[in-house]
Design a protein around this ligand. Structure first.
Ligand SMILES: Nc1nc2c(ncn2[C@@H]2O[C@H](COP(=O)(O)OP(=O)(O)OP(=O)(O)O)[C@@H](O)[C@H]2O)c(=O)[nH]1
Ligand SMILES: [Zn+2]
Length: 201
């Protein structure tokens, strides 16, 4: 974000928060029924603004970059690689409420593999944006498919949605599951069953 001389700063070395952003949060506090001028809330608009820049840091993170360092030699290993139970947090684009869950990302390598942490980095780059779970699932799978050129990709995400628990239908403990299969995991039933069994194990 470009420097704005009207920005309000709290503490040295922190990113300035533009005045209109702080004002928007003060308006929201007022709308919620509280008084933004009371002592405990005076610095809240700047904190909230910075928190949102942090929640949404994925907009400044290029997912493809994480898949640019690849390895050709993996000791003859040519089977499925699975990163299971990767915790993540996102926010739904409808209510900006938290989506909290875990992802399982598997791929059947083609000519090369990637450092395993990079799969989690791709997930976070997409999750740290305003999302719907279906798009998050597709974006992660498509990115790996396009940049790693594997024989297959499977992405399964299970998450709870804050907009269903704390508000609206107010129904806690509901888990939404989504999956996107590409390549052999989509086209070959035996490969799909195998990877789903691995994820469930
Ligand atoms: N498909 C999908 N829906 C989502 C996701 N996150 C939130 N939602 C839903 O988005 C919908 C938005 O529906 P609307 O009717 O426009 O909004 P609303 O009046 O606040 O809906 P309620 O939540 O039912 O009160 C809700 O049903 C949410 O549960 C997601 O990741 N995927
Ligand atoms: Zn929502």
């Amino acid at each position: 974000m470009a420097y704005d001389p009207d920005a309000e700063t709290v503490g040295e070395g922190k990113e300035p928060v533009p005045a209109d952003v702080s004002e928007a949060i003060r308006t929201l506090i007022r709308w919620s029924g509280d008084v933004p001028e009371r002592e405990g809330l005076v610095e809240t608009p700047e904190r909230v603004a910075r928190a949102w820049r942090e929640y949404c840091r994925g907009y400044g993170d290029d997912p493809a970059y994480h898949l640019s360092r690849i390895f050709h030699e993996v000791g003859g290993y040519d089977d499925v690689v699975l990163l299971k139970d990767i915790p993540f947090q996102s926010h739904c684009e409808h209510h900006m409420a938290p989506i909290v869950g875990k992802a399982h990302i598997a791929y059947l390598p083609g000519a090369y593999v990637v450092g395993i942490s990079k799969l989690a980095r791709v997930l976070h780059a997409f999750a740290n944006r305003l999302q719907v779970q279906e798009r998050l699932t597709s974006e992660v799978a498509n990115c790996i498919w396009e940049h790693l050129k594997p024989q297959g990709v499977a992405v399964v995400i299970e998450a709870t949605h804050g907009c269903m628990t704390g508000r609206g239908v107010r129904t806690p403990n509901v888990i939404m599951k989504t999956s996107r299969m590409l390549g052999v995991f989509r086209d070959d039933e035996k490969s799909r069953e195998e990877v789903l069994k691995l994820i469930a194990s």
